[in-house]
Design a protein around this ligand. Structure first.
Ligand SMILES: NC(=O)c1ccc[n+]([C@@H]2O[C@H](COP(=O)([O-])OP(=O)(O)OC[C@H]3O[C@@H](n4cnc5c(N)ncnc54)[C@H](OP(=O)(O)O)[C@@H]3O)[C@@H](O)[C@H]2O)c1
Length: 299
């Protein structure tokens, strides 16, 4: 988190804020600068209270009102960290609502950040598609919507700043079989996530789940091939310092992509979207908010 951007976090828990960020991690490195530019009054927590944030660590077993009284009242309460299973959302909402007063007739707007991994079927999904009901995060999200009319933003892979999807390659593809099984990748840039949260704060939809992506469907084979070529070229020109074993992996990746294309009868990259299995349609949220993503294809 950029420490300079959190110096103005209100320290007095009694100060009402527009937006309370429960968990100022990576997302906040994009969100807080935008809130400041937009003049939206905010407060933010971390588990340690670093960089002038409010120390707050949610523990579903703990019902100490004093912990929640350290938090300011807010129009929107953004829950960044994951809640899981039955009971956690209800507990957080009850503790917050019982320790904070709202203006008559007004409800706190709880927003949970979730993941698009709750949609698993090998088909197109949008915000209204059936999802994995037994997923621990989906259970907590459903509970939040039920107990407080909260809303959920289920996010595609997050990138921007220190995070580049290229760095996920090593983690997810180590063998040709793994590459063969890889279909589509979906992402959203931190800048667009921050814009989405601000738009949602202003245009809250109670009890609604949304799917957030940059509206692109990326083909893992296409990305792997492109990134391997870039890394090898960078290593050759001296632009990148690439260890010898990583160079070998990139060469292997290139060969695997070519071999798989021949074996699977894929004439060109990217593959046709209809052959990628699980794909995400992110249009709904942006249309509803009346804004569109500002980041195009991953570089
Ligand atoms: N990474 C991805 O590609 C991806 C994709 C889809 C969805 N998501 C989800 O998107 C959300 C935002 O991700 P992010 O990368 O911004 O998260 P992050 O950088 O990991 O930040 C999480 C924040 O929550 C705080 N936190 C963790 N456990 C807590 C607890 N029990 N009580 C209170 N605070 C707690 C952390 O505190 P400290 O700062 O003190 O550690 C941190 O500030 C997460 O829910 C994540 O699972 C991520």
């Amino acid at each position: 988190m950029q420490s300079s951007s959190v110096e103005s976090v209100p320290q007095n828990a009694k100060d009402h804020v527009n937006l309370l960020i429960l968990g100022a991690g990576w997302t906040s490195t994009f969100l807080i600068p935008l809130l400041e530019r937009e003049g939206i009054k905010y407060a933010a927590t971390t588990t340690t209270g670093r960089d002038g944030t409010i120390p707050f660590k949610f523990d579903p077993q703990l019902s100490d009102p004093a912990l929640y009284k350290t938090l300011p009242s807010a129009d929107t309460v953004l829950i960044v960290f994951p809640l899981r299973g039955q009971g956690q959302s209800k507990h957080l909402v009850q503790m917050y609502e019982s320790t904070h007063k709202t203006v008559e007739g007004h409800k706190f707007h709880f927003v949970q950040l979730g993941a698009t991994t709750i949609w698993t079927a090998s088909t197109w999904h949008d915000e209204n598609s059936p999802y994995e009901l037994s997923d621990a995060r989906a259970i907590a999200e459903d509970e939040l919507m039920l107990c407080s009319q909260g809303a959920v933003l289920n996010l595609a892979g997050l990138y921007g700043g220190v995070r580049h999807p290229r760095d996920w390659l090593d983690r997810v593809i180590n063998t040709k079989a793994q590459l063969k099984g890889k279909g589509a990748l979906h992402v959203i840039h931190g800048d667009d996530l921050a814009r989405a949260i601000v738009a949602f704060h202003r245009n809250f939809t109670p009890g609604k789940r949304w799917l957030l992506s940059d509206m692109h469907v990326y083909d893992w084979w296409d990305l792997a091939q492109d990134w391997a070529v870039q890394t090898l070229r960078g290593a050759k020109s001296g632009d990148f310092d690439v260890p010898a074993d990583k160079i070998e992996i990139q060469k292997e990746l290139l060969a695997w992509v070519g071999e798989l294309m021949v074996e699977q009868g894929v004439r060109a990259l990217p593959r046709d979207t209809s052959s990628l299995g699980r794909t995400l349609d992110g249009r709904g949220f942006w249309k509803k908010m009346g804004i569109w993503p500002t980041h195009g294809r991953i570089k």
